[in-house]
Design a protein around this ligand. Sequence first.
Ligand code: NI
Length: 386
Amino acid sequence: MSRYEVQRPRRARVALPEAAAAALVALAALALVWQAFMRVGVTVDGARRTVTVGMAVADLLASGLSEARPGDLVALDGTVLLPGGGGRPLAEVDGAPAPPGHRLRGGERVRLIDGADVTERVISAERPIPIPVSVTGTGPLVRLASTGAVGVEAVRLGELSGQVVASETLQPAVPMTVVRVTPPPTGGKLVALTFDDGPWPESTERILDILAKEKVPATFFVVGKRVAKQPGLVRRMVREGHLVANHTEDHRVLTLADRNTVRRQIRQGANSIKAVTGKWPRWFRPPGGYLDPVVLDEARKANERLVLWSVDPQDWRRPRWKKLAAQVIEETEPGGVVLLHDGGGDRTATVKALLRIVPRLKRKGYRFVTLDELEAAERRAAAGEG
Ligand code: NI
């Protein structure tokens, strides 16, 4: 290479390509602008449409030029979990499948097909089988004969819906056995009157008046939040020799509640009573008599004894008072627990019936006791002292 060649001025040599490059850039820009504004005709789902040349097939949906919709995310039973959560719509251009990014040049026939539904995943899991409760007997006192055991099952279920498609028991649950005991007759014919759902204005007072006049004790299963409203009535119960017992804080059906709620309902109910009487109640009756292992367990942990009933005339249905009285008098047996209500609604029939029930049962030789006394009599009988 000669010195001249090295020293040849470069400007003249590069001037031409730079101009050409600038021209090319300008042309390209022009082409882009041209393309951006150039409109072409296509057929979308059978309708003539005008689109910008180079538009992607997927953009037909975003621009509202096609009514095809995405599929849904569905549960195993077909119910929609998430609308539009399934597959994207599929495109066909001139009869052949096309990807969403396929660009249109004009003249094509485009068909967009609704996206397919996507079904949730199926997963495998092991889960506990709850303990069933087996209740035997019809007596009022509730004894736990065996606690039972949780079982295990293998299930195939929908990941999102929890719908079970198949299950297999790996270990069966063992039922909890509850025995309803009738205290045996000892030292005479005993009967315990119980009144639920109070304290209640008017009716609780009238029932206390009757019990005072007849000089018979009873057990009142009070609702905690009502105790706070009428503490005077609850103090009167204690003063006049009645037993105050727990019927939860706000009369929830406990078998429909989770364990924490069951625990709170039992303990708050007991606390509301203790706040007024100074004593933690010994007896607990679940609203409606609904029992399951959680209710039994939480009552036991709260140091509460469970009791149901042996005579239930369903006075809350407001039968005629004569019919109500006759049923209680007829069905009462020694060691019985009679379920009546002083609260929860109009108790006129219950009050009237009580005026007949007490003297008639006395005449039949019954002695009225609280649940504490009934239980003590049963213990003495069991120990052979009866
Ligand atoms: Ni109740």
